[in-house]
Design a protein around this ligand. Structure first.
Ligand code: URA
Length: 223
């Protein structure tokens, strides 16, 4: 490498960086360390009312990262992403599409549960652009560490965080948008949309469309 001192070439990784007194790049920080750091995150006010930070989960070398909006009530209590009703819908659809959840990394654009108290219930409240932007710090670090080939944006908040701008998800679902850094973003809906549909026929039709999207993800994973 032109202009590189020989000792730097012989000392790869952390030792070389330590010798040069440089901070490690994001991709050198293991997810477990990022999770510990994020547990004390104060980058926006959402930590105040949430039970805990809900960080991403999955293999550190996953080819695909699924990004949701924010943890819900169940996730906030469990400390794990997508373990409530939307998670069950996601799991069932992934299984039908032959995508193994254990092989993908699952996370959220925002890592604290935002809600309005209503009696004993906690009602989901959409994170605002500032909260999404503040939490992008962690999503970027997760992506930097994992280096996925594909990111699946589950809904508008995930798409906004991954792309840095709002897009009309219903119009653009099924599209793959390539970012400047080369990461491909697959656009789809959030599975909670299916849960909110009352009419059974419409619900099934939307679930079929989501299954079709997950089958496309399966194909993109193999591509
Ligand atoms: N909805 C999300 O966006 N993420 C979760 O983890 C759960 C529900």
């Amino acid at each position: 490498m032109a202009g590189t001192a020989p000792h730097e070439v012989k000392m790869p990784g952390r030792r070389a960086r330590a010798a040069r007194a440089e901070p490690p790049p994001d991709d050198a920080v293991p997810i477990a360390e990022l999770r510990d750091e994020a547990a004390a995150c104060r980058r926006c006010p959402l930590w105040r009312n949430a039970t805990q930070t809900v960080f991403g989960e999955g293999p550190e070398d996953a080819e695909v990262i699924f990004v949701g909006e924010q943890p819900g009530d169940r996730e906030d209590l469990a400390g794990k992403p997508f373990v409530g009703p939307a998670g069950r819908m996601l799991d069932a659809t992934l299984e039908d599409a032959d995508v193994d959840r254990r092989k993908v990394y699952v996370t959220n654009a925002v890592k604290h549960f935002k809600f309005e108290p209503r009696g004993k219930r906690r009602i989901h409240s959409k994170p605002n652009a500032g909260e999404v932007q503040a939490c992008r710090w962690w999503l970027d670090k997760e992506i930097g560490r994992i280096g996925p080939r594909l990111a699946v944006a589950l809904g508008a908040t995930a798409a906004q965080s991954l792309l840095g701008k709002a897009i009309p998800v219903l119009k653009r679902r099924g599209e793959v948008i390539e970012r400047d850094d080369g990461l491909r973003i697959f656009i789809t809906i959030h599975p909670s949309l299916i849960l909110r549909i009352r009419e059974q026929e419409d619900k099934e039709a939307e679930r079929e469309r989501f299954l079709k999207d997950m089958r496309t993800v399966r194909e993109l994973m193999g591509a």
